[in-house]
Design a protein around this ligand. Structure first.
Ligand code: IMP
Ligand code: MG
Length: 186
């Protein structure tokens, strides 16, 4: 698996150091409030696992699973919700976590749906912000790192559902795209 990575953009230590900073900032901003960290499945799983341990205040965690119908590297713009959390939003402050903000369609849609369901205090936190690719208007309230327009994998981010378990974030060798597509079944 490691052989498939052309270049490491964010090593494990750099990610963990940044999460400690983000966690301290979030703890200061939400101290005394009922914070719910809500991660998008599946990409936000590694991020929420590490980030929550850097936020030393009482909090809940929850998950929401959007599905977007694109190819392996581009979202189509149509976003449905596959799994919605059973949650009473009264008195709760939501911080929605995702691995990466790309075109922005997914996070904007998820935010809209949570608002429709009654959430009034929603902020967003992404590990990576790929600003150059944005097509809808949305900015995250907390950003781990800015990244140029590369397709990246690792630390929750996938290509064809693989590579999420890499402890760092990197760029795939070009050869891996074609070989994965050739072997992908219906
Ligand atoms: P958006 O709706 O275009 O902002 O897409 C967001 C989703 O696309 C993220 O939750 C990721 O699952 C996926 N995505 C976008 N860019 C990348 C990338 O560079 N690597 C892996 N997944 C990505
Ligand atoms: Mg994905």
């Amino acid at each position: 698996m490691h052989d498939d990575i052309k270049e490491i953009l964010f090593p494990e230590e750099q990610i963990q150091a940044r999460l400690a900073e983000l966690g301290a900032q979030i703890a200061a901003d939400y101290r005394g409030d009922h914070l719910v960290l809500m991660a998008l499945l599946k990409g936000g799983v590694v991020f929420i696992s590490d980030l929550m341990r850097q936020i030393p205040i009482k909090l809940d965690i929850d998950f929401i699973q959007p599905s977007s119908y694109g190819d392996e590297t581009n979202s189509s713009g149509v976003v449905d919700i596959k799994m919605f959390p059973k949650i009473d939003f009264t008195g709760k402050r939501l911080l929605v976590l995702d691995d990466i903000l790309d075109t922005g369609r997914t996070l904007k849609r998820v935010k809209g749906i949570l608002e429709e369901k009654g959430a009034t205090d929603i902020r967003t936190c992404v590990l990576l912000d790929k600003k150059a690719r944005r097509v809808v208007e949305i900015e995250a309230d907390y950003v781990g790192f800015h990244v140029d327009d590369f397709f990246v994998v690792g630390y929750g981010l996938d290509y064809a559902d693989h590579y999420r378990n890499l402890p760092y974030i990197g760029v795939l060798n070009e050869a891996c795209y074609s070989s994965a597509e050739e072997t992908a079944g219906p």
